[in-house]
Design a protein around this ligand. Sequence first.
Ligand code: VG1
Ligand code: CO
Length: 540
Amino acid sequence: MTKVDTTPIAGQKPGTSGLRKKTPVFMGRHYLENFVQSLFDVVGAGGKTFVLGGDGRYFNDRAAQVILRMAAANGAARVIVGQGAILSTPAASHLIRLNKTDGGIIMSASHNPGGPEEDFGVKFNMPNGGPAPEAVTEAMYRRTTEITAYHILEAQDVDLGRIGRQRLGDMAVDVVDPVAEYAALMETLFDFPAIAAMFGAGFRMRMDAMCAVTGPYATEILENRLGAAPGTVINGTPLPDFGGMHPDPNPTWARALMDEMFGPDAPDFGAASDGDGDRNMVVGRGIYVSPSDSLAVLAANAHLAPGYRAGLKGVARSMPTSAAADRVADALKIGKYETPTGWKFFGNLLDAGRATICGEESFGTGSDHVREKDGLWAILLWLNILAVRKQPVADILGEHWATYGRNYYSRHDFEAVATDRADAMMAALRASLAGLPGRTVEGMTVSAADDFAYTDPVDGSVSQKQGVRVLFADGSRIVYRLSGTGTEGATLRVYLERYAAGPDGLHLDAQEALAPVIRAAHTLADIGAHTGRSDPDVIT
Ligand code: VG1
Ligand code: CO
């Protein structure tokens, strides 16, 4: 056992979901070790059991060995590791819960590209399987600014390719199949025979795993267990650099899937998932399903799947997500919740049994089966709904809008903006809030404007400054916030929403329907003058 002296490393502050930095930063002297020791100092390691795995990106394998040696030196009793150091984020969450462990460490920068010059990340999940709450990540951050030593065992690498128990010093290392338990959980929630029958009758699907962690899960579940045609899953082998792809399932980065779904020989259903398998994009033949609409459709139809037959306790969405899910919650007469961005804010609602289904506009949906968003879960729930309703995706969406009205929605991202300029824009916007109500822009009158603050209804904790909201009298809304997951400069996210009750105007192009809201967003925040940008880099 070795104690290595170290000096605090500045800037190890976890963001929306864990600590994310450029890979060379993480590989820098003592950097990973500094953070992992701080993590163990805060949560305690002595005698404890943890889950460990990652999305397979560059440095995943080396980092796993370092974390194992540090866990052993810090006195952990046992670590359960996915074979090859692979675990999707939802599968890790499930293993933490199933084995009643003291938490888990997930190595991922999620949807950020991977590789020697791209991004790496580490996040800690609590014994409930969910991301560490702010109080814990803040404590870890404070610890990174203080520590003077870390503990690491001098030992050979553990053979992470071999399933079964090995020892590392006094610690047990259990290498497990990363897919098996997760797939078994999915079988308890969904009607596999009905979905299999649909595939058997010729239903065609394309699943783009984007060379990230979902590949093995999707191949086993969709092709092996549900009988989807071989080749349904593409880009199914996790690669250290994700094959050069940007593993973010949205219309920009999953372009090939979009082209296929809008092309002449489109399959019935398309889906994609992100680096660590917690996000999903779903596409019907010739129709894109916005994540906010997907959440609403899933909430309205979840009772069609065996795992949700008893109905939902409530629906929670992040604040920037459209209000489409609220309309479903109202119709079902169940609870609805609006939380800050980031899955950690759903944990208490799920634990307390107040919400069953949660979602974010950023292609994340999930339920109380784990404490993370779950890409493949959402895709399987869609498949279960399609198998029962026997309608194309376009018809399901059309009927949904006809029933509830349509919340036109889009997010515009301005990436790699100079941090000081982005901060100055947000500061000016915050300073202008009091004067906004009553002002008319693009023919719409501002009815309220604030900086979103959230009081957790379960533990009473308060999270301030979670994004600027501008609400208009006609129900339209603009939200501005800065990303907490970027690794280069600042990313400004502008969230745009407009409600149409129908029946006219239900089938417009979203960007067209939102045009006045988009112009208003630029005017109110003076985005061009502050950032030097007039057009977003990514539109979802
Ligand atoms: C983004 C999304 C947020 C999501 C987070 C982590 O955060 O907006 O909804 O929870 O990524 O997702 P931000 O701070 O960049 O807006 V994942 O799939 O990267 O773990
Ligand atoms: Co992710």
